[in-house]
Design a protein around this ligand. Structure first.
Ligand SMILES: *[C@@H]1O[C@H](CO)[C@@H](O)[C@H](O)[C@H]1NC(C)=O
Ligand SMILES: *[C@@H]1O[C@H](CO)[C@@H](O)[C@H](O)[C@H]1NC(C)=O
Length: 332
């Protein structure tokens, strides 16, 4: 009897140990990708967000202008700030939306570059694993989507952060939506590991420029406004580590807030399809450099010492420009 009991508890211990190994998100470092800069040592990329609507709501028109501008500034890659497929992400790797909202929309040659994608809250309403799957990359080699990862270029490091799991409301008051939290639970542990990983990676970075990308806003005068959870948990890490830009989507607009409290530029590129016209809250006019409630996208052109941000509307017209510079020998 005693032997049996002993045997069972040993079995239970082994079982529990295995559970830990399998189901608790690891504290391993964030996955890293490398992207070379151009031969002349410059870097250009385009940012679009909140887009996948089978071409509707001007998605196709925005895509066309992305192609024109992408060719002009010779982009190296495209960043998607999430909400890749409306309304409820992908149903699986065989969802025709991947073709109808991505492959057959972003057809111009200049957009046939690597796409670095994060997930938005609408993507979490579908099959998350499908968007992360190498099967999509096999269907279209441009596609690369991860929850959180780091992109290294020569002098710029871009940190992609999975922001949806930070938002309390999706857990406490999901309304009629269901979210695919596989791989995110237990939530507290997922978030604390992620914050630790981002903080460590930012602290260890020797890049000239540090850019952080997430779906949700930190500062925004748009419909969704400030994401309190990110303001509380992520922003202090960005401020402590001298991040230059935070780029997001979620609010369906184009927006630039230049913080008066830190050097961080807050850039919203969420105008990939359906825009929220007339939806704006009060914001300090000293900080709010652009708020455009129509469709469009953004480009970033960088050298070791300069960064130029340009916002474009659905016709490819320039809405707003902003330039930053730093000394060549300044500490990173
Ligand atoms: C498409 O863009 C044009 C120009 O901004 C705008 O007038 C029109 O309302 C947009 N259509 C939709 C469906 O958003
Ligand atoms: C992809 O979508 C386009 C346009 O929606 C359609 O013409 C084409 O047949 C689709 N291709 C596949 C492989 O489903």
């Amino acid at each position: 009897m005693a032997f049996l009991f002993h045997h069972c508890s040993l079995f239970f211990l082994l079982f529990a140990f295995n559970l830990c190994l399998c189901f608790i998100p690891s504290v391993a470092e964030l996955q890293r990708f490398k992207h070379p800069v151009k031969a002349d040592g410059t870097l250009s990329f385009l940012v679009v967000g909140d887009w996948g609507r089978r071409g509707l709501y001007n998605q196709s028109q925005v895509a066309l202008q992305m192609g024109v501008v992408g060719e002009k500034v010779e982009i190296e890659f495209v960043i998607s700030t999430g909400d890749n497929f409306y309304e409820d992400g992908l149903t699986g790797v065989d969802d025709p939306a991947f073709n109808e909202s991505f492959i057959s929309i972003y057809t111009p040659p200049s957009l046939h570059k690597q796409w670095y994608n994060v997930l938005g809250n609408h993507d979490y309403r579908g099959d998350v694993a499908a968007q992360l799957s190498p099967i999509l990359t096999k269907m279209d080699s441009r596609w690369l989507c991860r929850r959180s990862f780091i992109l290294n270029t020569d002098f710029t490091e871009i940190f992609f952060v999975d922001t949806t799991p930070f938002v309390d409301e999706y857990f406490t008051d999901p309304k009629d939506h269901t979210y695919d939290w596989k791989g995110v639970l237990p939530r507290e542990q997922y978030l604390s590991n992620l914050l630790k990983d981002v903080d460590t990676a930012l602290r260890d970075s020797t890049a000239k420029w540090k850019i952080v990308v997430g779906h949700h806003t930190i500062k925004s005068a748009g419909h969704h406004g400030v994401t309190k959870e990110l303001e509380h948990h992520l922003l202090p890490i960005l401020e402590a580590n001298n991040v230059d830009m935070y780029i997001n989507g979620h609010d369906h607009c184009l927006e630039h807030i230049s913080s008066t409290e830190s050097q961080i530029q807050f850039l919203t590129s969420g105008g990939g399809s359906k825009a929220w016209r007339g939806d704006i809250e009060k914001w300090n006019p000293e900080e709010l450099k652009l708020y455009y409630d129509g469709q469009g996208f953004m480009t970033v052109q960088m050298t070791q010492t300069t960064a130029d941000i340009v916002f474009y509307d659905v016709f490819g017209n320039v809405l707003h420009k902003w330039s930053m510079s730093k000394d060549l020998d300044a500490a990173a």
